[in-house]
Design a binder for this molecule. Sequence first.
Ligand SMILES: [Zn+2]
Length: 569
Amino acid sequence: MTVDRRAFLATGGAAVAGLLNPVVSAQDQPADPVAAAKEFVAAHEAKIRPLDVAAGKAWWTANITGKDEDFAKKEEAQNQIDAVLSDPKPFAVLKGIKAAADAGKIPDAQLARQVNLMYLAYLEKQVPPDLLKKITAKANAVEQAFNVYRAKVDGQEVPDSKVRSTLKESADSALRQKVWEASKGVGAVVEADLKELVKLRNEAATKLGFKHFHEMMLTLNEQDGPALLKLFDDLDELTRKPFTDAKADIDARLAKKSGVKVEDLQAWHYHDPFFQESPAVFDANLDAPFAKADIPKLCATFYAGVGLPVDRVLTNSDLYEKKGKSPHAFCTDIDREGDVRVLANIVPNEYWMATMLHELGHAVYSSLNIPAALPYLLRAEAHILTTEGVAMQFERFSKSRAWLEKMGVAIENPDAFEQAAAKVQRNQLLIFSRWCQVMLRFEKSMYENPAQDLNKLWWDLVEKYQQVKRPKDRNAPDYAAKIHICSAPVYYHNYMMGQLFASQVHHALAKDVFGVEPSKAIYIGDKRVGEFMKKRVFEPGRSLPWNALTKHATGEELSPKAFAKDFQG
Ligand SMILES: [Zn+2]
């Protein structure tokens, strides 16, 4: 369910107000900042635009074919973009223009915004080449170790799928414990390399004028540590009680299934290694209504009905399983001129209904609906979290009885479906929000103070936010068994913020367009939905930073209020 990570990592965002980066000094400002900015934008666009399109196409092809030569082309295209952005000469010029923009000498807001965006994109790539090489090599070593690692139980290798199915199905607590412990074994294998990687990332960040890597990553994405923590503290406050209640219900069912007392439940009694997903303890078959559904057709009808047609996207997409193809799903805007594509592997079940609604949510928030009149650099979604948010806003309908019935999808036992789907939806969001608390706080603290006892830090956070108790006497690098800490650092919180954005925009739309309770707004056949989304969310493109866009769309900055309301009652 990811959006194009290539685009996200390459473009960054605009500077956080008040960040004083020591590499920008006032005396390098150009004599005519407006002319210099225009000239720089034009030169940058001329270089980057064809490379972006080439990289987008190469990325697409590699994911469809899975062939080594296509992956090599994809890497080469990315290297060419990096070569432009890492060149210190244009960056020196850009720093002067950025200083002028910060001093208010570029009155045109769109021009100043482009300067800020370019500045961060170049800044990210100014790490000294040999240090960057070391970081890439270390990250690759960790990823490879993950790829080849196989959990071992009683001397026997256990594939990942077996780990997952055992945790989902087995009623044997001793076996669950062994499998869970074995799945964590990769942590000890990569621990030393991961610690070295953290050190190297921090070194890169301090070279660019940041305190540590976490601060650097947030800044490159227009986010600021204290404000982010405040948002997550508020989220913690609002979700603690509903989460505790939901978990009590889940725990009672898990205990019964496993034949243990609730107070004896351990980390290995949950259905995935990190308790990041809702355990399958509710007797409901959410897949049944979709067994005969034509998922692309349902999506096409729905999106056309709300005034955001996706026929062109579906024509350009690759939607079914084939050999060599990536098993995941994503959406990518190839040229910012309407060539928008979805890669998927549809089978007729609820997961793929949700996933297609999600990916097409990304698709409608693209150059399909962002005006061509915006400059190239601003003709994209405001931020990773806003596009994830829109995708999640639409994705949620696959669990709505009212939505399915109005779309003509037959449900055999609608009352049971409604009850179960609502519970699964609620539990998934609550459990995910607590898991994101652990990830955000762990990474922040780890980069701030890498020398601390990380094993202890991890379990302190798991106990506090996920309410899963640490196994007795356990002292192991369990955090290192989560691959995202290596390969997608300081990223997880954006998914959570996307959920907050989804709820907040949906609540604003329900109120302003339909004048109904959020749970009653199901959008079907109402073109005012498309109008709202275009005007309030899509049309500013990247000309507004994410929080200004949130305010533009909903009247308020991003907060967990709407998200938390979805759990009341
Ligand atoms: Zn996504």
